[in-house]
Design a protein. Structure first.
Length: 512
């Protein structure tokens, strides 16, 4: 035990800090007095978080033994909050290998405890009959428990919190469909848990006695069918009663497509969620309270968890979302203009306009783009591109924004990801839609030599193979409408939102 831990300040490693739970756990651990190190494949995505200056961020990946070993040095508690959901047919092997590396490096570094958040598994169901998602979560837990490092495995079912994939699925299904023909899994009993209780137990698990090496079921006080969850959500949200008609013909694949069409959650993420609902997932024990006692008012009930989540959504205080984590398979290559770019073909579409507004007014429009504000150009074309992307298994347009007014590096923005943001000057987006190549969109606010505000917009495309070249030339006839219209409309929106200048306010008045 090191000196800092003796003084009550353990050093903790958090993996998955760019994700939904990890991004919320970090400030909770800081508040509890932990010294923190975050392991991230793309450290830049953590740069704009309010807590970024209070943690040590190291570049690495849990599938890489060398970077994981470096991140484990002098660590007391290691949080394992990553998984390979939706990365393809071999995701179970990826999860298995990463868990082994994590456990081995934790043991070699003398880590005192591993804490892992897994999935609640049904009672009496052979593991081979579980969904691949749940089966992999269970296997990862076993690997960590067998690592030789005392491990706490927390098993949760549906997590209710603003921005969680499970909550977004429940929310959009209930709000958008007053009458639903639903899969039979809406009759399955589930024990949901509020995200606040998940975070509370994660923090408390760091101080478990060394002899504790086991899994714990965690859940809220309510056991409900998914149908009851939708009905109670409607009541809390003030919606009319929903008519729900379960049918047995919707397979997990069809269910995921149905969820993907109705909600912002893409089919690649919806499928493991819906597959996990085929079996009853209810806590078998409440032993966690022996080590992390429930304070007054906890665990939070379902209705209160929904109310708290909706309040966060309405107040635009959603700190992390399910889309905070990178989309599996999304490009990570450098921007073609970066010094380490390997070269190759590069297509660009460049637009530049003078704007009748100060640069700060232009920047407000740039930073507010996407989501409910739209893309300032030919809405039907953007909507069609979003639908095509979802049909191809991509994320589509409906991921929206985390915050209606502010962006930070790493934020998802419809089917883009914020790769770089320099407040007041530059917004660079990287495409996460299905494309035969890599694409970026840059928007800049600045001034010219005479002091006039200038808007600069650049779309870049690095094609992959012949299909990539064909794609660019196939869509290039529409660029004048899409990108040209976008530049003009952004400039007009900035001019329309800017306060009138003194000369403008006096225009038309009679001379004194």
């Amino acid at each position: 035990m090191n000196g800092d831990e003796v003084r009550g300040r353990p050093r903790s490693l958090v993996t998955g800090a760019t994700g939904y739970i990890g991004g919320r756990l970090v400030p909770e651990l800081l508040a509890a007095g932990h010294r923190l190190r975050c392991l991230a494949r793309s450290p830049g995505k953590l740069r704009d978080h309010t807590w970024a200056g209070d943690v040590e961020v190291v570049r690495g990946d849990v599938t890489d033994a060398e970077s994981t070993a470096a991140a484990m040095r002098d660590v007391d508690v290691a949080y394992y909050l990553v998984h390979a959901i939706g990365t393809g047919g071999d995701f179970e092997e990826t999860d298995r290998g990463a868990a082994r590396i994590f456990g081995e490096q934790a043991r070699a570094a003398g880590v005192r405890r591993i804490v892992y958040l897994g999935g609640l598994t049904p009672t009496g169901v052979p593991e081979r009959e579980l969904s691949p998602h749940l089966r992999s979560r269970a296997e990862v837990g076993r690997i960590l428990l067998d690592s030789g490092v005392p491990t706490t495995v927390l098993r949760a079912a549906v997590i209710i919190g603003s921005g969680s994939a499970s909550f977004e699925m429940l929310r959009y299904l209930t709000e958008r469909l007053p009458v639903m023909i639903t899969p039979s899994w809406v009759r399955t009993r589930i024990q949901p848990i509020a995200v606040r209780d998940v975070l509370r137990v994660l923090v408390g698990s760091a101080r478990m006695p060394a002899e504790v090496n086991r899994a714990f079921d965690i859940g809220g006080p309510d056991v409900l069918t998914y149908r009851e969850m939708m009905t109670r959500y409607a009541a809390v949200a003030g919606l009319p009663h929903r008519l729900i008609l379960p049918v047995p013909v919707l397979t997990p694949r069809l269910s995921s497509i149905w969820v993907g069409l109705v909600t912002p959650v893409p089919a690649a993420i919806a499928r493991p969620l819906t597959e996990s609902l085929r079996h009853e997932v209810v806590c078998r024990e409440r032993d966690i309270t022996r080590y992390v006692p429930d304070p007054p008012g906890h665990p939070i009930g379902f209705d209160e968890a929904v109310r708290l989540a909706l309040q966060r959504v309405r107040d635009a205080q959603v700190t992390t979302r399910w889309s905070s984590a990178s989309v599996p398979g999304a490009p990570s290559d450098p921007l073609p203009t970066d010094p380490d770019w390997a070269g190759g073909s590069l297509y660009t579409d460049h637009r530049e306009l003078t704007v009748a507004a100060p640069p700060e007014a232009l920047w407000r429009v740039i930073e507010g783009i996407g989501g409910d504000n739209g893309w300032y150009s030919f809405p039907l074309a953007w909507a069609l591109r979003g639908w095509l992307d979802r049909l191809a298994g991509g994320v589509g347009l409906r991921r929206g924004r985390r915050d209606a007014h502010r962006l930070r590096a790493g934020d998802s923005l419809d089917f883009w990801r914020v790769e770089e943001i320099e407040p007041g000057r530059l917004l660079r987006l990287r495409a996460e839609m299905r494309l035969p190549g890599l694409a970026w969109l840059e928007m800049c606010a600045g001034t010219d030599a005479t002091g006039r505000t200038r808007y600069r917009q650049r779309a870049l495309f690095h094609p992959h193979g012949l299909l990539g070249h064909a794609y660019w030339w196939g869509v290039s006839p529409f660029h004048a409408v899409v990108f040209g219209g976008m530049a003009r409309n952004i400039a007009q929106a900035a001019a329309g939102s800017a306060p009138a200048r003194p000369a403008d306010r006096t225009a038309g008045r009679p001379a004194s």
